[in-house]
Design a protein around this ligand. Structure first.
Ligand code: ADP
Length: 456
């Protein structure tokens, strides 16, 4: 029996308001800290692995996410019935919902994440950019705030020059984002972005950014405790994307050196200290021609957090829980070390060529293993992947002393992995890892789309 975790606030039981691999990820950290877990699930997930492994579970509604994993009343009731002390939201679902964070605390529970005010501020990308401007963090050139009219959009596009990008203030998951390469395309981009933003987020506020033609997506992981200590864990390179969605992530970036990482990290941690940020956060930047430009901040754990954990030897979920319990980080920036190289492949239940969803029963599941291989997945043989949720079914993460060794290890692990019965993106990942250009490390956010088109 592990001794129970005693932070300043005793956390004995945590409700995990999520599903799939991330619910398992949080459960595992809790187990090692001697904290009991409560799983919540929809009727479609009754036999899911996160439900099987948790100490207790509560059904919170029918399959549709809005009736279950987004059902705040059902989740808070589940916490009350089971006597949970805290809620970990994982990523997606309610993790960046400021109102949810507020209600959790109003019910006397601990929200494992930032304050509702910071979630609210960073959830509005225009407000987030404003905050970063004040902290002297460099931004992508664009409109100073929301675009009030098409005429304003046209005037700003003339100043910053085409191509430009219209983006939803409430955006996420690449939705509500449209490129205009010339004045002729602006009106359509403006209309489509606003319509998509309204439909997806119920908010049609949009802003404009210069569309960078060959940036890398570089993001910085931070942790802040409630005693003013802020530390960063270096960068992740998430440039390998399809439709603005990440597929492969690396830590560190093949394009940065330690001095660049330290400089960016120092600037960001100073800024977050100034605004009193707490818990985990990720600042996303585009990086081109030696310049960083902030695009958004995510006030939660990211899907790709394991590459940072492998690189720095840190358990970010454990740290989130310790911070929420009021503990001090207990180490400083100089104690954070970066060893070797880590890569993550996101394996989804999709056709590797058409990307059509491929839910259904997994006949055989075999996870790879060996030195430096980690699999974060809720799959098991006989499990039926439900059609209602995100198609991510496994994250394969490798760690090795160097980038070439990490690639070789990933190739070996991908070859060992078996997910039989549904289509997955495993074959695509094998092709990416074998590609000479990927191996050279010289890629931008547009590389993968071209690679997929070339292979088709
Ligand atoms: P979301 O919140 O919808 O994911 P982001 O602002 O994080 O939107 O952008 C997602 C991705 O879109 C980025 O990683 C990048 O690939 C691309 N992107 C965003 N802004 C720009 C820009 N100004 N120029 C070029 N690409 C961009």
């Amino acid at each position: 029996m592990r001794p129970p975790f005693r932070g300043l606030k005793m956390l004995k039981k945590i409700l995990i308001a999520n599903r799939g691999e991330i619910a398992l990820r949080v459960h595992r950290a809790c187990q090692e800290m001697g904290i009991r877990t409560v799983a919540v699930h929809s009727t479609a997930d009754a036999s899911a692995m996160h439900v099987r492994l948790a100490d207790e579970s509560v059904c919170i509604g029918p399959p549709a996410a809005r009736d279950s994993y987004l059902n705040v009343a059902a989740i808070l009731s589940a916490a009350a019935i089971t006597g949970a002390d805290a809620i970990h939201p994982g990523y997606g679902f309610l993790s960046e919902n400021a109102r949810f964070a507020e209600m959790v605390e109003a019910h006397g529970l601990t929200f494992i994440g930032p304050t509702a005010d910071h979630i609210h501020m960073m959830g509005d990308k225009i407000a987030a950019k404003d905050a970063m401007r004040k902290l002297n963090v460099p931004l992508v050139p664009g409109s100073p705030g929301a675009l009030e009219s098409f005429e304003e959009a046209r005037a700003i596009a003339e100043t910053i020059k085409y191509p430009v990008l219209i983006k939803a203030a409430a955006g996420g998951g690449g939705r509500g984002m449209k490129v205009a390469r010339s004045a002729d395309e602006l009106e359509e981009a403006w209309q489509v972005a606003r319509t998509e933003a309204k439909a997806a987020f119920g908010n049609d506020a949009v802003y404009m950014e210069k569309y960078l033609d060959r940036p890398r997506h570089i993001e910085l992981q931070v942790l802040a405790d409630t005693h003013g200590n802020v530390v960063h864990f270096g960068e992740r390179d998430c440039s390998l994307q399809r439709r603005h969605q990440k597929l492969v992530e690396e830590a560190g970036s093949p394009a940065l050196n330690a001095a660049q990482r330290d400089a960016l990290g120092a600037q960001v941690t100073a800024g977050l200290r100034q605004i009193g940020y707490r818990n985990a956060g990720t600042l996303e930047f585009l990086y081109q021609d030696g310049q960083f430009a902030f695009i958004e901040m995510n006030t939660r754990l990211q899907v790709e957090h394991p590459v940072t954990e492998m690189l720095c030897g840190v358990d970010l979920v454990r740290e989130q829980i310790r911070i929420a319990a009021g503990e001090k980080l207990g180490y400083g920036q100089a104690d954070v070390t970066f060893n070797g190289h880590a890569i993550e492949c996101r394996i989804t239940a999709e056709d590797p060529e058409s990307f059509a969803p491929s839910p259904g029963r997994v006949n055989t599941y075999h996870a790879p293993g060996g030195l430096g291989v980690r699999v974060d997945s809720a799959l098991y043989s006989g499990y039926a992947v439900p059609p209602h949720y995100d198609s991510l079914v496994a994250k394969l993460i490798v760690h090795a002393p160097s980038r070439p060794q990490a690639i070789a290890r990933m190739q070996r692990a991908l070859d060992e992995m078996v997910v039989d019965g549904i289509k997955t993106t495993l074959p695509l990942h094998r092709r990416i890892m074998a590609d000479a250009e990927f191996q050279s490390g010289d890629y931008t956010i547009h590389w993968l789309e071209r690679f997929v088109a070339r292979e088709a």
